[in-house]
Design a protein around this ligand. Structure first.
Ligand SMILES: Cc1ncc(COP(=O)(O)O)c(C=O)c1O
Length: 439
């Protein structure tokens, strides 16, 4: 019996579903999750000793690959100085300064321990700063599992959502309006109906929780204009895209296309912790000044700004600023997507895909789906993503896993490439795809 199977059976006796975060259970694709024994560079090694080229990278943080020697050294040094103090450290200031240097839209940043915590607090802050209750989010965007954000769309435009999780009372999401992504008309209708009550619009600017879908320029422009016009805050959730799609995060890409563009608040996680529990939210001084101890919006954390996590994050952020880092990472990721699309074309399998920096996505459109008139020829929202060919994705996922390539185990998840992935890894991945697509 595979040791993965053995461990999964044992895990299910003591951990609900055998996992500590649901997508790890392989429910979407079926089969037995791989229990990871160790990771190195671009590779994961499972409990059977089988090696995989890793395209999850811990769902985003491992932009340098696993165990980068300079990061390991920084963490080892930090560990010898103590695990946690519950008192401020110079390293927190250094990390804050580093983040703010790379994100000009923000003047101050608060460090927390998870993306969920950061997104949840950004909303509390937006509500506290505006004195309003309602928030807009978009179908297919995930902002962590805070109650107010576990919402699916209501039955019509500009209606409030329904909880997507048991245990979330309807009253808790009554202020959350869920709209389709990339739909300017729906956004305009929502502001027309509720503009004076909206505290914030929260969005993944390059969404990684419905595979890989970019916010269109008109959509970003509309979010910015409507928020400004109605006194709401625009919150970019860059937990996934932050320091991953570009050194300045997704907002730097939109600022290039739309001069002067900036969100009001930004939420970060993943890369800024380099694989340790660390996240942050950031914004202008007048808004951030509403936080305790300066202002009335409460937020706190025993492990916030943890000295080992900040050492890991700081070392990671320093390394990704080396000249040419993102150019090289972007080129590697592009070569992967081009290779996958080429393999699909050769196999006569419809596939479309996209990437930015070290993040990518690919889709198997169904015969009746025609994205050719869409920007980039790609799906633009959650409904379109979820209507792509699930059985084909699942077969491809397992075909790749069998061949030693670890992709995200669900068609609605983005993929991640690290600086440790070599041209040889990409070539091996493309060869595996060619074989998997031939069946
Ligand atoms: C865009 C986005 N926001 C928030 C979160 C929640 O972060 P965490 O899992 O660290 O709580 C995630 C997690 O994947 C995410 O992708």
């Amino acid at each position: 019996m595979s040791r993965n199977t053995e461990l999964f059976e044992r895990a299910q006796r003591v951990i609900p579903g055998g996992v500590n975060s649901p997508v790890r259970a392989f429910r979407a694709v079926g089969g037995t999750p791989r229990f990871i024994q160790r990771a190195e560079g671009a590779y994961l090694v499972d409990a059977d000793g089988k090696r995989y080229i890793d395209y999850i990278g811990s769902w985003g943080p491992m932009i340098l690959g696993h165990g980068h020697p300079e990061v390991v050294e920084a963490v080892q040094r930090a560990v010898t100085e103590g695990f946690s103090y519950g008192a401020p450290t110079e390293r927190e200031i250094e990390l804050a300064e580093e983040i703010l240097k790379l994100v000009p839209s923000a003047e101050q940043v608060r460090l927390v321990s998870s993306g969920t915590e950061a997104a949840m607090t950004a909303i509390r802050l937006a509500r506290g700063a505006t004195g309003r209750s309602k928030l807009i989010k978009f179908e297919g965007c995930y902002h962590g599992h805070a109650d107010a954000l576990l919402v699916k769309a209501g039955s019509g435009l500009a209606t409030f959502g329904h909880p997507t999780s048991a245990g979330v009372p309807a009253e808790v999401v009554q202020h959350t309006l869920v709209l389709p992504y990339n739909d300017v008309a729906a956004l305009e209708a929502a502001f027309a109906a509720h503009g004076a009550e909206i505290a914030c619009v929260m969005v993944e600017p390059i969404a990684g929780n419905m595979n890989f879908v970019r916010a269109s320029l008109p959509f970003v422009q509309a979010m910015r204009q409507l928020c400004t016009q109605h006194g709401a805050l625009l919150v970019f959730d860059e937990v996934m895209s932050g320091f991953r799609v570009a050194l300045g995060s997704a907002q730097s890409i939109y600022a290039k296309a739309l001069p002067g563009f900036a969100p009001d608040l930004s939420v970060f996680g993943k890369v800024i912790g380099g694989g340790m529990p660390l996240a942050a939210f950031a914004g202008p001084k007048d808004v951030m000044g509403k936080l305790a101890p300066l202002g009335p919006v409460y937020q706190a954390g025993t492990l916030s700004g943890n000295p080992v996590a900040t050492a890991c994050g700081l070392a990671t952020l320093k390394l990704i600023q080396r000249p040419g880092f993102f150019e090289a990472l972007g080129a590697t990721t592009r070569s992967l997507v081009d290779g996958l699309l080429g393999a699909a074309r050769a196999a006569g399998v419809p596939m479309v895909g996209d990437c930015e920096g070290g993040m990518f996505g690919f889709f198997f459109p169904k015969p009746e789906q025609d994205f050719s008139a869409h920007p980039g020829g790609l799906p633009q929202n959650y409904t379109e993503v979820m209507a792509t060919d699930g059985p084909r994705f699942n077969a491809f996922f397992h075909g790749m896993l069998d061949r030693g390539v670890y992709l995200a185990p669900a068609l609605y998840e983005a993929g991640f490439v690290s600086a440790a992935h070599t041209a040889g890894d990409i070539a091996a991945t493309v060869a595996a795809a060619a074989a998997a697509l031939r069946g």
